[in-house]
Design a protein around this ligand. Structure first.
Ligand code: ADP
Ligand code: ADP
Length: 228
């Protein structure tokens, strides 16, 4: 599904953020990228939807080099959920979720049905939440709306960059469980960044361990636990 082939990224100031990354994320897989702050996790994610481009190497999605395709088509096929909740504060929950469907000029009817379907999916009762302002919601509720918004146009890939790390431990645990359930229901390919090994072991089908811009290990939770 997603293939990194000798991918490196050096920023303009000379920082080598990632160095010769090689890995494949399979279709429908929950793939966790873990490592300490500054090891290149966010850089890796941003290259997948071309917020930045590699200085070397090739990234392919479904065998297509992403640099050769249309960037809007690429981005519509990728939902992105960030740590810092990035909802539009002066818009309702429904308006936030509708941004990409509106751009795609879906009918009002189709958008409304989709909003309600997504709210149910992320565990927010549509009647109660659809018309709420997002800045009136708790952190956990806002992050649920963030997930719904990322899924709005039914992308194949969901990128999640430390999505739960700003939450209190209870909301965090609840959302971890819910994202697992959601993954079973919707079978998206998920790339999930964290610096928390417990979270990685709990959620990942496979875990990619990064250190100083390099991959030092990739394996299932059982394989990682077996390593001395
Ligand atoms: P992580 O997400 O694992 O914390 P990042 O991918 O954000 O790591 O950063 C990897 C390295 O690249 C760090 O040394 C960071 O300081 C550096 N870096 C990130 N963004 C930029 C940038 N825009 N310009 C220069 N260096 C950057
Ligand atoms: P959580 O445990 O999910 O993080 P909180 O304790 O933050 O929940 O919030 C509990 C309730 O208070 C939620 O129903 C939320 O909608 C509401 N709430 C939180 N912050 C605000 C706010 N600034 N204005 C109005 N309601 C809020």
């Amino acid at each position: 599904m997603i293939t990194f082939d000798n991918v490196s990224k050096q920023y303009e100031d000379g920082t080598k953020a990632v160095d010769t990354l090689n890995f494949t994320v399979n279709k429908g897989e929950f793939f966790v990228v873990i490592g300490p702050s500054g090891c290149g996790k966010t850089t890796t994610m941003k290259m997948v939807n071309r917020l930045i481009d590699p200085t070397d190497g090739t990234i392919r999605i479904n065998d297509q080099n992403i640099k050769e395709g249309d960037i809007h088509t690429l981005r519509w096929n990728i939902g992105y959920v960030l740590q810092q909740i990035a909802l539009f504060p002066n818009m309702t929950v429904a308006e936030n979720i509708s941004v990409v469907p509106e751009m795609k000029k879906w009918s009002k009817e189709k958008i409304k049905n989709r909003v309600d379907e997504l709210l149910n999916l992320v565990g927010l009762e549509p009647e109660t939440y659809r018309d709420r302002m997002t800045n009136e919601l708790s952190g956990g509720q806002q992050q649920r709306v963030g997930v719904a918004r990322a899924l709005a146009a039914d992308p194949d890939i969901l990128l999640m960059d430390e999505p739960f790390s700003a939450l209190d431990p209870i909301s965090r645990e609840q959302l971890q469980e819910d994202i697992q359930q959601l993954q079973h229901k919707i079978q998206k390919t998920i790339v999930f960044v964290t610096h928390d090994m417990d979270e990685a072991l709990k959620l990942g089908d496979r875990i990619c361990v990064m250190k100083e811009g390099k991959i030092i290990q990739i394996g299932t939770p059982a394989e990682l636990m077996d390593t001395p």
